[in-house]
Design a protein around this ligand. Structure first.
Ligand code: ACO
Length: 326
């Protein structure tokens, strides 16, 4: 079986920062509440002209530069997103056009905050079965467009951004094991409902233009997040027959610093082995792990030979983990 690994990493973050003190002026909240309950200090917000596909394209170009591979060599593009700028064409097709990856097949994956790992595992299978040789896996979210900026329960948590990697055959190491799971029955814990008001036959014409917003049952989600992420780590390590003590780094989805601490406790893993950057970006949904992995590698925390677990949960509900040997 062909070994598949990460050949290059990239990211793009909008320049506009929204700090906790900015949010204090928008809703009834405080820097102290946000920091102690979530660990977030600031997040990035895309400019009005910046679409999800623009964020995805910039992250893709950054990953191609890092891998020193030209776009013509890419034969698969998978974009993970729940905030596309159009239902169709897909974000992947827009990226393909923008970077001129003429030979690439392209499609999107919708798995909320687990999207990057679902996309990574999907692209890996394409390469292992010979359908593709080199893939661009991108996670891009302009989640600010799905947030009710008058609702303090949700607006303090999220931010925009994009991360990407180039996947291809490697001689040793690479992605050693994958774990994907879904709990559709718990889908109502976090959702963006496109209301029936979107129908042209709806009597409430005023509601017709209402945007759908993120709705979330935060406390219930918190418990599920901790259990499903800890379980996903255990499962992926069991598959690879690797002990927790052999893991060098865990790069988790960055939804809440308290969730990350609780996962570390449940697993009995010291928090210093867990990469955290939620303070700078908040929850960027699918893009969180993609950006965190880029930063863990570029800051030289992840070194050659390290065993790294990526783990996530997200709306759906869906959870996932991958074990990578660098
Ligand atoms: N500022 C100030 N006060 C607030 C804010 C705010 N932004 N938001 C809520 N509060 C208030 C509440 O109204 C409540 O007040 P009350 O006690 O008078 O009723 C009080 O703070 C406590 O609220 P809780 O909901 O109990 O706060 P909790 O400690 O549970 O933290 C949080 C809330 C941060 C949302 C937490 O539950 C959480 O992180 N849950 C998981 C959320 C998550 O991970 N979402 C994304 C997952 S899926 C994905 O990533 C796509």
């Amino acid at each position: 079986m062909v070994k598949v690994g990460i050949l290059g990493l990239g990211r793009y973050l909008p320049s506009k920062k929204l700090t906790n003190s900015d949010l204090e002026k928008m809703v009834d909240t405080s820097d102290e509440w946000i920091r102690t309950r979530t660990g977030i200090k600031e997040r990035r917000i895309a400019a009005l002209h910046e679409k999800t596909s623009d964020l995805a394209t910039k992250a893709a170009l950054s990953a191609l530069r890092d891998a020193k591979i030209s776009a013509e060599k890419i034969d698969l593009i998978v974009v993970a997103t729940i905030s596309p700028d159009s239902n169709f064409p897909s974000m992947a097709c827009k990226v393909q056009k923008a970077i001129r990856a003429h030979k690439a097949a392209a499609f999107d994956v919708s798995a909320a905050c687990s999207g990057y790992l679902f996309a990574l595992t999907t692209a890996k299978q394409y390469i292992q079965t010979g359908l593709a040789k080199r893939a661009l896996v991108i996670a891009a979210e302009r989640i600010s467009g799905l947030i009710d900026w008058k609702n303090r329960d949700t607006c303090v948590l999220f931010g925009d951004g994009a991360g990407a990697c180039v996947l291809g055959p490697v001689k040793s190491g690479g992605i050693l094991a994958d774990f994907l799971q879904a709990f559709g029955a718990q889908g109502d814990l976090m959702q963006v409902i496109a209301p029936e008001a979107r129908s042209p036959f709806h009597p409430a014409k005023a509601a017709y233009t209402q945007l759908p917003y993120v709705q979330m049952k935060g406390q219930e989600l918190f418990k599920v997040a901790v259990n499903s992420m800890a379980d996903a780590v255990e499962k992926v390590l069991k598959k690879a027959k690797i002990k927790k003590t052999q893991v060098d780094w865990i790069v988790p989805h960055q939804a809440n610093d308290r969730i990350i601490s609780a996962v570390a406790n449940k697993l009995g893993v010291p928090k210093k082995k867990i990469f955290i950057n939620i303070d700078k970006y908040g929850n960027m949904s699918a893009a969180s792990i993609a950006v965190a992995l880029y930063e863990a590698k570029k800051s030289k925390k992840i070194k050659k030979g390290d065993k790294v677990v990526l783990v996530t949960f997200g709306a759906g509900l869906v959870s996932a983990a991958n074990l990578i040997k660098w």
